[in-house]
Design a protein around this ligand. Structure first.
Ligand code: TYD
Ligand code: MG
Length: 455
């Protein structure tokens, strides 16, 4: 009996019995494609019985897998302390953001550390990559290069050469002839990522796969790949600007949510050792609507400026526009300000921006966002040289956050003199900062702005 074709959502990988315009599983439109079923076994055949497993106990765990540092701190930290042997990584990001540049530079670094490195490109010619290497001043690095999209040939090469590190740029261009689907489809991406991950484990190779993110923010077939690999890194940034952030989204061998900051220059990416200075930019006299948030990204404190603009909305529904923060969290803070402090933003457009292209996900930024909003609304600047952090509850209370001392230390290092922070916080030293504790939103508003105009 011929097996029926499968209809697979290219966004979430869900399978359906028939085609439809919208995937029931993830709600995406126009993502369902017909694909041949995975290698069918003979009809009626049961799973063969294998040999019993060799079991072991928790205590006799193997030693930590060996790691190699690239010697680029921004990269090594995101990797959790260096590249782990026999691991599979996915590096995702928008087309043109700089993934190939990053990995070519990383390849050269690892090669200079003594690793045997193979860089396989499925997107460019060997000549193009060599030209880029020359531009980056890497032509003397012992990286081996090939342009190929056939998975079979790549696996054969890995077997023959036994490299320590293999870069596959990109996973969406690779195709396996055992899968009857177009390159870039979920089936192909899944098969290629599976084979490469297996090869990584079996041969002790670190395999780095590049994946392009689509406009909608998903890699084609990425969810399936994310589950397979040990580590998922995203390379982000505003393509118009020159800052790039490498963010660990998942890491089996280290902390997730760690970030590395780079600048894209005419000579490739250079690491930014002091990102707080970068995200704060040039600071002159304080202006209304700007608040400095003392944040934590992974294990590292990062100060950034949160900017708000509140403008009258002539009729219609007012705009709420957010860059670098969560839109629904903004709605919540506006509601808390209105309900608990009597400050209404109805009838005004609200714009919120995190300077420097950083994306802040910490709830600890709530109080700084509230401060920027009230400061913009009142047209009154916040105190000079002041950092702010704290989480808001719906009740209007200001909650304690983690790593207070780290935040204060970074603020002191960058010359700030005051911190507005949750009351009763568990903190260590104040690092010479004057601390202004706040219990709730109304208290914060009166302390900071005097009698703000209600309504
Ligand atoms: P690339 O690494 O090709 O992006 P991806 O692999 O993510 O698609 O980066 C391409 C962009 O980076 C391109 O717009 C040019 C820019 N770039 C520089 O600004 N400086 C450089 O030294 C290099 C190599 C690229
Ligand atoms: Mg590329």
């Amino acid at each position: 009996m011929a097996r029926d074709a499968l209809y697979v959502c290219q966004s979430c990988g869900a399978t359906h019995g028939k085609w439809s315009g919208r995937c029931d599983a993830c709600g995406e439109w126009n993502t369902i494609r017909e694909e041949a079923p995975l290698a069918p076994g003979p009809a009626g055949k049961r799973q063969a019985r294998g040999a019993a497993l060799d079991l072991t106990d928790l205590g006799s765990a193997e030693p930590e897998p060996p790691r190699t540092r690239a010697g680029v701190e921004e990269l090594d930290r995101v990797l959790g302390g260096g590249l782990v042997k026999a691991s599979a990584l996915l590096v995702g990001g928008d087309p043109g953001i700089g993934k190939s540049t990053l990995l070519l530079q990383a390849s050269a670094r690892f090669a200079r550390q003594g690793l045997k490195v193979i860089y396989v490109t499925g997107e460019e010619s060997v000549g193009q990559v060599q030209m880029r290497a020359r531009r980056l001043g890497l032509e003397g690095s012992p990286v081996m290069l090939a342009a190929e999209t056939s998975l079979g040939r790549i696996l054969a090469t890995l077997e023959a050469e036994q490299p320590d590190l293999a870069i596959i740029d990109s996973i969406q261009t690779m195709w396996s002839d055992s899968v009857d689907a177009a390159p870039g489809s979920v089936s192909q991406v899944r098969a290629a990522a599976h084979e490469l991950t297996q090869a990584a484990k079996r041969r002790g190779i670190s395999v780095v796969m590049v994946g392009h993110v689509t406009k909608e923010g998903a890699l084609a077939g990425p969810r399936v790949v994310e589950h397979m690999v040990d580590c998922v890194l995203y390379f982000e940034g505003d393509r118009g600007g020159s800052w790039r952030i490498l963010r660990a989204h998942k890491n089996r061998f280290g902390p997730a949510d760690e970030i590395g900051v780079f600048e894209m220059t005419g000579k490739g990416l250079i690491e930014v050792r002091n990102p707080s200075a970068l995200f704060l930019g040039e600071r002159g006299a304080p202006v209304p609507g700007a608040a400095v948030f003392a944040g934590i990204e992974g294990t590292r404190p990062i100060l950034c400026e949160i900017q708000a603009l509140v403008a009258p909305a002539p009729g219609g529904s007012p705009r709420r526009s957010v860059v670098g923060w969560d839109g629904s969290r903004l709605a919540m803070i506006l509601a808390v300000l209105e309900a608990r402090a009597g400050l209404s933003f109805a009838g005004t457009d609200v714009y919120l921006n995190v300077a420097g292209g950083l994306r802040v996900t910490e709830p600890a930024a709530d109080l700084a966002v509230a401060a920027a909003l009230v400061s913009a609304r009142e047209d009154a600047a916040l105190p000079q040289e002041c950092v702010i952090f704290g989480e808001l509850a719906l009740s209007g209370g200001v909650r304690d956050v983690a790593q207070t001392e780290n935040r204060l230390k970074e603020a002191a290092k960058l010359g700030f003199s005051t911190a507005i922070l949750p009351a009763r916080t568990r903190r260590g030293a104040s690092h010479g900062l004057a601390l202004r504790e706040v219990r709730d939103v109304p208290g914060f508003v009166t302390d900071t702005f005097g009698d703000a105009t209600p309504g």
